[in-house]
Write a protein that binds this ligand. Structure first.
Ligand SMILES: CC(C)(COP(=O)(O)OP(=O)(O)OC[C@H]1O[C@@H](n2cnc3c(N)ncnc32)[C@H](O)[C@@H]1O)[C@@H](O)C(=O)NCCC(=O)NCCS
Ligand SMILES: Nc1ncnc2c1ncn2[C@@H]1O[C@H](COP(=O)(O)OP(=O)(O)OP(=O)(O)O)[C@@H](O)[C@H]1O
Length: 240
């Protein structure tokens, strides 16, 4: 199975791309959805969040007060680190099992939509990195419109992530979402053709003979890692 990491900056259009892929029957795992599930009332992650951020972070109905927590962590790097240290291990665990379920079903391709794929180092564990790109200004405008937030709030969210230009260095494929949805659609069709071609036929052998699948997956990851690391180094040395 070809595991594709879909990432980008905040509001560059990952969810939009994901839903276009979903409408074309591509199996998807969404880290944002999992990150919500692992902090539901009664979860151990939520208990740890309360220990760090206090009882005030819980709404009267027992759910996490997301806007309140967002206002704290997107303005304080240390607090954000503390939250990430609680939530990310649970998200990674659930994502791993979700991907395994797709493999078990015999899916050829599985796309994982992970906003922090590069920051969290998960790019090393996917066969292909796809970055959804748009300029910082478009990103800001779309974020402010979607969240009905001020420019200042949108900027603090945007600055909590690695700049999109740096993320591009890790990309095996780029989707340019600077234009309209109509301009995005054909790029999704091209992307899908490329993914189908890359997944080839060997996924079937890997599924039928899991030991071969494991060796082939490790080989793919190793080569992808070397290729991307070289590319990032080259692009950085060109910049300096
Ligand atoms: C701070 C929280 C409660 C704010 O919730 P809210 O509903 O307002 O935002 P939501 O979860 O929908 O995230 C929207 C976008 O914000 C960005 N974002 C979220 N968390 C982070 C983070 N820790 N660092 C940088 N960017 C982040 C992502 O691009 C994400 O797609 C929430 O984002 C959270 O729990 N974050 C920690 C978990 C996490 O890192 N999630 C991202 C995927 S693993
Ligand atoms: N090509 C486009 N033209 C106009 N609006 C768009 C386009 N693509 C996405 N949008 C809008 O921009 C906003 C952000 O898109 P989306 O939610 O897909 O981004 P995201 O990268 O998933 O964000 P997040 O990191 O917060 O999860 C949404 O309101 C979406 O409808």
């Amino acid at each position: 199975m070809l595991v594709v990491g879909l990432t980008g900056g905040i509001a560059t259009g990952k969810s939009t791309v994901s839903s276009l892929l979903k409408s074309r029957n591509v199996p998807l795992v969404d880290a944002d959805v999992i990150a919500r599930d692992v902090v539901l009332p009664g979860s151990s992650a939520l208990k740890k969040i309360v220990k760090v951020f206090g009882e005030d972070i819980i709404r009267p109905d027992g759910y996490l007060d997301r806007p309140k927590l967002g206002a704290i962590v997107f303005n304080d790097a240390e607090k954000r680190k503390q939250l990430n240290a609680i939530v990310h291990p649970a998200v990674i665990r659930e994502m791993f099992w979700a991907v395994m379920r797709h493999w078990w079903r015999g899916d050829k391709i599985c796309v994982v939509d992970v906003p922090l794929l590069i920051e969290g180092g998960l790019w090393k564990w996917v066969g292909l990195v796809v970055v959804v790109y748009c300029s910082n200004e478009i990103q800001l405008q779309r974020l402010m419109t979607r969240d009905r937030s001020s420019r200042e709030d949108a900027l603090s969210r945007l600055n909590a992530q690695m700049p999109i230009a740096e993320k591009l260095e890790y990309a095996d494929l780029v989707i340019d979402n600077s234009g309209s949805i109509q301009e995005l659609e054909p790029q999704i069709d091209t992307l899908l053709q490329k993914l189908e071609r890359k997944a080839g036929w060997s996924w079937r052998v890997s599924w039928l003979f899991p030991p071969w699948g494991l060796v082939s997956a490790l080989g793919t990851l190793l080569f992808a890692h070397i290729r991307r690391s070289r590319r990032v180094k080259k692009k950085r040395s060109r910049r300096t």
